[in-house]
Design a protein around this ligand. Structure first.
Ligand SMILES: Cc1ncc(COP(=O)(O)O)c(C=O)c1O
Length: 348
């Protein structure tokens, strides 16, 4: 009898009709109720389960909405279980292999080197105890009350216009980077920016030059691109050590090389931008912790030296506030910004 195979939790959070529906559905899914079986009338099942008739009718309606039950006028409700719906043991064994990862999926999901994931001493982590929680909570509350219009709808998928305006001002003041707020993309992380650039600017087989030693997170974000080591010394990354090659992207950390901490010299910066121009590459500047200096004065971002859109600059609050805020940005070259913004919209 069907009622004997249904167990209801009376005070549970799941409504009774939903419980009945789910259990009949599960029984059918596991091949324990045959297709074509006549269901008891809602009155009969309600009586056996000790619930109201409306409850059982509602459960039957849910099954009917999913086409698992058919009712003809004047006839009893009958289970309608497609053969491919039932997960019989035999079917589980003969079902084809599940979809597997493509090369890009393997590259993006490869574990980070143990030195990064397992290390006890991990560089670049801010102290969460210093986070200004109260000020942040006040700002969130205010924003929750006052944000309106487009900000609550689809709005600008490249970030709140007010945030981009403030950021553009801050980048001009602190990084010497003059960027139109319309060319700024707000992103969750620096790696999201690298992924977007790789996806939009590179084709299979293209190469990216990455500092060696360098940031493992960046290596991974570039997925299946051909990664070529760019040597680093006390003056930062050195393109003169790369007599050949035409990369699409050159990823560098000029203000604070990761992990050596070196600042790239002016002559190296100029050589890098010139080389990028020459070979049609985009320099991807990761300005991830330029707010911090052991000594001396900050120098402008590398992007400030670009003349014709050779540099895209990425920044983040991961070091100055918290990585958990997931707040980073990309100052895109003007000629690429509209397409990158539309691509970000497409990728959601
Ligand atoms: C060189 C470098 N860039 C960027 C970041 C931040 O990256 P993301 O925003 O992708 O977490 C880090 C974090 O440690 C880093 O070391």
């Amino acid at each position: 009898m069907l009622a004997e195979r249904i167990t209801l939790v009376l005070q549970g959070r799941v409504p009774l009709a939903e419980q009945i529906y789910r259990q009949i559905r599960d029984l059918a899914r596991h091949g324990r109720l045959p297709s074509g079986m006549a269901l008891p009338s809602s009155r009969a099942l309600a009586g056996q389960l000790g619930v109201s008739r409306n409850t059982v009718s509602a459960a039957y309606d849910l099954l009917r909405a999913e086409d698992l039950v058919i009712t003809r006028p004047g006839a009893v409700a009958v289970l309608n279980i497609p053969a491919t719906f039932a997960l019989t043991d035999r079917r589980v064994q003969t079902v084809g292999r599940p979809v597997s990862l493509a090369p890009a999926g393997h590259a993006l999901s490869a574990p980070l080197p143990a030195t990064v994931e397992g290390a006890r001493l991990r560089p670049g982590r801010p102290d969460p105890r210093l986070f200004p929680r109260d000020a942040w909570a006040r700002a969130l509350r205010r924003a929750g009350r006052t944000l309106s219009g487009d900000a609550l709808l689809y709005g600008d998928s490249h970030g709140l216009a007010a945030l981009r305006r403030v950021l553009a001002r801050t980048l001009a003041e602190t990084r010497g980077l003059h960027v139109d707020p319309e060319h700024l993309l707000i992103l969750p992380t620096v790696r999201a920016g690298l992924g977007l650039l790789a996806r939009c600017l590179c084709a299979d087989g293209d190469s990216v030059w990455l500092e060696e030693p360098g940031y493992p997170g960046a290596m991974q974000a570039f997925g299946t691109l051909r990664r070529v080591a760019l040597p680093v010394d006390g003056n930062g990354a050195d393109v003169s050590a790369m007599p050949q090659g035409a990369p699409r992207l050159i990823y560098v950390t000029p203000s604070h090389q990761y992990p050596t901490g070196t600042r790239m010299s002016l002559s190296r910066r100029l050589a890098l931008v010139a080389r990028a121009r020459e070979c049609g590459a985009l320099v991807v500047e990761d300005d991830y912790d330029s707010e911090f200096l052991w000594s001396g004065r900050p120098v402008p971002a590398l992007g400030a030296l670009a003349e014709a859109g050779e540099v895209a600059t990425l920044g983040t609050v991961a070091k100055s506030l918290l990585p958990g805020l997931r707040l980073a940005w990309l100052a895109a070259p003007p000629h690429l910004a509209p397409a990158l913004i539309r691509a970000q919209t497409s990728l959601g």
